[in-house]
Write a protein that binds this ligand. Structure first.
Ligand code: NAD
Length: 455
């Protein structure tokens, strides 16, 4: 076991193992977690209550999650030193214990030099206290901790199931037609973070190389330049995970979403490599769209997964107009980023969209929204996203009964119109609950003995 300085490894519970490509989950697995910044602690408390309630009821005390707190963002600054937002031992713990869950973290964007991790205020000097909220937790600008976690642990797939829960207010007429799982590549594309700032020597060198040596035309000389690497390895392992998921969950299709009409050697290659891995590794389980029409007269053989592809911009239209023709999407990083937020908005917004970052043998489940700093410590926001990410985590552990219990209880709670402010303001006759009350209501709707109040 790695040596931990600030992380306290619980004396009860066991590590999750990994054998023959599969997790070996004990009855009392140790799960690393951090609540996150801003509204993170509020949604975490509600989530913990709900997950513990479901596990206790589903397995009558036989199974139990043993939580182990790790640190990132604000809690890392408080526990390590004033400039450490992602301690190495947090990464070690996620790696060693294999399955973790996290709340949202502040991610500074733009050109400013410092950020307040309490209220996300941005500033160019480092004052002793934040001018906005008077917090002392101000840190130099850093690259996204979320991206850091994904890259350090090689969590190459961002998985987001997007479905509608009956009763959730949403902007489309037939949200019930939407039930799609998005597998977004997580480590490369423009998220590799290779950028050159206009006016720097490096940028000029890259500009000269591209224009003079490679003969490329860049429309304006005063350009910042970004590099978009998309690899065969990265594309194929992502598409492989998506197809495996579709087969295991009896989903009808996997759609490769790309912008290959414009970017042939990155986005177009993603599509080609995707089809290649589909035909090479899943030959007996899949049919490509070309094969469907060329060889099978458009009649899909029972039990097989259709592998097709769509241009990214057209996919946005398709998800609005014909969502029921899609079930699993596999996308490069940036397309998937846009698509997953647009998709979850269609079925009711970010407050209720779950997500996970999954690699080979390591997975971190997370709320998909940000820290919503203006609601910090107000016990107000919707914990649905983190709760449903917890459901994905229970499924990942193979604890399906507990996962199903949470989903049914969440549905019952929403149908009873007992919801947080974001839904209440859009639902006629609804009762507004606090974040913690919403968690407690879900537990109460599981039936059986009510757990102790939120810890
Ligand atoms: P945000 O998601 O935090 O909030 C945008 C708006 O969405 C909020 O004002 C609120 O109206 C609504 N919202 C968000 N979460 C909600 C919830 N649980 N219930 C109800 N309504 C909710 O996005 P932002 O304001 O752009 O970002 C704030 C901070 O969070 C930034 O520092 C950003 O970088 C960071 N962020 C982190 C993550 C992550 O950790 N995964 C993701 C996105 C943004």
């Amino acid at each position: 076991m790695a040596q931990y300085k600030k992380i306290k490894v619980p004396s009860e519970g066991e590590k999750i193992g990994f054998k023959d490509g599969k997790l070996v989950v004990p009855d009392h697995p140790i799960i690393p977690f951090f609540p996150g910044d801003g509204t993170g602690p509020d949604i975490w408390r509600a989530t913990k209550l709900v997950l513990e309630g479901a596990v206790e009821r589903a397995y009558e005390g036989k199974k139990k999650i043993v939580w182990m707190e790790v640190f990132a963002g604000l809690t890392a600054l408080k526990n390590y030193d004033k400039d450490t937002v992602l301690p190495k031992e947090t990464l070690d713990a996620f790696k060693e214990f294999r399955v973790g869950i996290k709340g949202p973290l502040t991610t500074p964007a733009g050109q400013f030099k410092f950020v307040c991790l309490d209220c996300a205020a941005e500033m160019n000097d480092r004052p002793a206290l934040c001018p906005k909220c008077k917090s002392e937790w101000i840190t130099p600008r850093f690259r996204s901790v979320n991206v850091g976690i994904r890259q350090a642990l090689d969590l190459y797939a961002c998985v987001r199931p997007v479905r509608w829960f009956q009763g959730v207010p949403c902007p489309v007429k037939h949200p019930e037609k939407f039930n799609i799982v998005i597998f977004r590549e997580n480590t490369e594309d423009i998220y590799a973070g290779i950028e050159f700032e206009y006016g720097t020597k490096d940028c000029q060198e890259v500009y000269d190389f591209l224009t003079k040596k490679m003969g490329k035309k860049i429309p304006f000389a005063d350009s910042g330049i970004g590099i978009k690497p998309i690899s065969k390895t990265g594309s194929q392992r992502l598409v492989r995970m998506a197809i495996r998921y579709a087969i295991d969950h009896k989903k009808p299709s996997v759609t490769l979403v790309h912008k290959g009409n414009i970017q042939k050697f990155t986005e177009g290659a993603f599509r080609d490599w995707g089809y290649e891995v589909a035909k090479r590794e899943f030959r007996d389980q899949i049919v490509t769209e070309a094969e469907l029409w060329d060889n099978l007269g458009g009649k899909m053989p029972a039990g097989k997964v259709l592998v097709k592809d769509r241009i990214a911009d057209q996919t946005f239209q398709q998800l609005l107009l014909r969502p029921d023709e899609y079930s699993v999407l596999a996308t490069p990083n940036l397309n998937g980023d846009y698509l997953s937020d647009a998709a979850v908005a269609q079925v009711g917004g970010l407050g209720i969209g779950p997500g996970a970052n999954i690699g080979d043998g390591v997975a971190v489940f997370e709320a998909t929204h940000g820290t919503a700093p203006k609601y910090t410590n107000k016990d107000m926001v919707n914990p649905g996203s983190l709760i449903l990410s917890g459901v994905m985590m229970l499924e990942h552990l193979g604890w399906q009964k507990a996962a199903d219990m949470v989903v049914s209880a969440l549905e019952r709670t929403i149908q009873a119109k007992t919801v947080t402010y974001d839904f209440e303001r859009q639902m006629e006759g609804a009762k507004k609950l606090k974040c913690s009350e919403f968690g407690a209501a879900i537990v109460a709707n599981m039936g059986g003995r009510a757990l102790a109040a939120a810890r």
